[in-house]
Ligand binder design. Sequence first.
Ligand SMILES: *Cc1c(COP(=O)(O)O)cnc(C)c1O
Length: 457
Amino acid sequence: MKPVDTPMDNDELIRRDLSVLWHPCTQMKDHETLPPIPVRRAAGAYLEDLDGNRYLDAVSSWWVNLFGHCNPHINAALREQLDTLEHVLLAGFTHRPVVELSERLVRIAPPGLSRCFYADNGSSAIEVAIKMSFHYWRNLGQSGKTRFLNLSNSYHGETLGALAVGDVALYKDTYRALLLEPVTVPSPDCFARAPGRSWEEHTREMFRHMEAALERHAASLCAVIIEPLVQCAGHMRMYHPVYLELLRAACDRYGVHLIADEIAVGFGRTGTMFACEQAGIRPDFLCLSKGLTGGYLPLSVVLTTDTVYEAFYDDHRSLRAFLHSHSYTGNPLGCRAALATLDLFERTPVLEDNRRRAARMARATADLADHPHVAEVRQTGMILAIEMVRDKARREPYRWQERRGLAVYRHGLRRGVLLRPLGDVVYFMPPYIVTDAEIDLMAEVAREGIDLATHDP
Ligand SMILES: *Cc1c(COP(=O)(O)O)cnc(C)c1O
């Protein structure tokens, strides 16, 4: 076997890859015509393949990267951590990175979230939150609370518990026989609003479904789980913050927890550090991952309240403890990357600068609203999505078999921009170092790709 630094080209690595790997979320047969792209290195907003081609990472490598690849500050922190402590178990032991990270997360999260429980990926954080909520009610003697309420079109991850509380049919249907059954309420998704209605009107109006479901099922419900403001994996569908405000009040009224899954939207994606801030609410559980480590290492955390924590705090023989763990819980390298990421938020006015970037993204794509096959250009903060449709007036989608989004993806790669549409929705979720010129390039390439993908001879 050659050492990893021996020169190698794309073709060789692709061939070797396809003989041993099974890629995530992929029909491997697709690689017969569209091979995976071997990335040799990355810097800032760019990935570089083994043949020297560069790709602008417009989707932050699946929404994880915040401050660019191989960020000098995060790299330096990690190098130092690597020579100090790479890992230690977190049961019975602790370390400085995890303590400092917890202190800082508690300080920046919505007030009242005072306890941090770690896991090592987003789905696991969801498992933690749903188990903790269920267990809380059980510790209180309310063992009739066994169910969860979710929104249609929601996504919370791929492990069985997380998959069960999500609602993206493409990922879920196959496994339905294995899954818990949540109570599902129609999403406030504003793409579905009637012509002439505002986001806020539509969102308020949709809340009646939530209210009715809570009234009917509260006694059996542990928690409502939602993705605040943007259903990212569910085609970047968006809604107004008023929903969160109404939901917080209703959860209090009905005695049901609120789990905010900010795994994708946390750390500034929606314009505020956490999406919940836009409604001024505090969830009972806040799940964070993806951007937590700046896109460097797998780490996740669930923040919760003293009230929840205290329901587990008792003598050993009461058997109330939360006996959940993962081998890499609170890994020091991950925590250190997270601390370095938080430094970057503190050192520069990132959220303020992002307002300018977000406005630039809006301007650069404004004309796409008039495209004959674009139903909507929508945006929340640093997430901008363009929805392609067959019939604009009736908002009729293309048949999924046509894979129009894939044509945009292919075009993007040819032009050196990594756009990875969700179905027929092309979106930008760039790292927070993207320049105006790069934003304009993303928009230009998206426009060309959409023209190409929707052009029927
Ligand atoms: C990505 C994501 C998850 C799952 O996180 P993984 O680290 O991929 O397991 C859960 N919820 C939301 C909203 C996500 O976007």
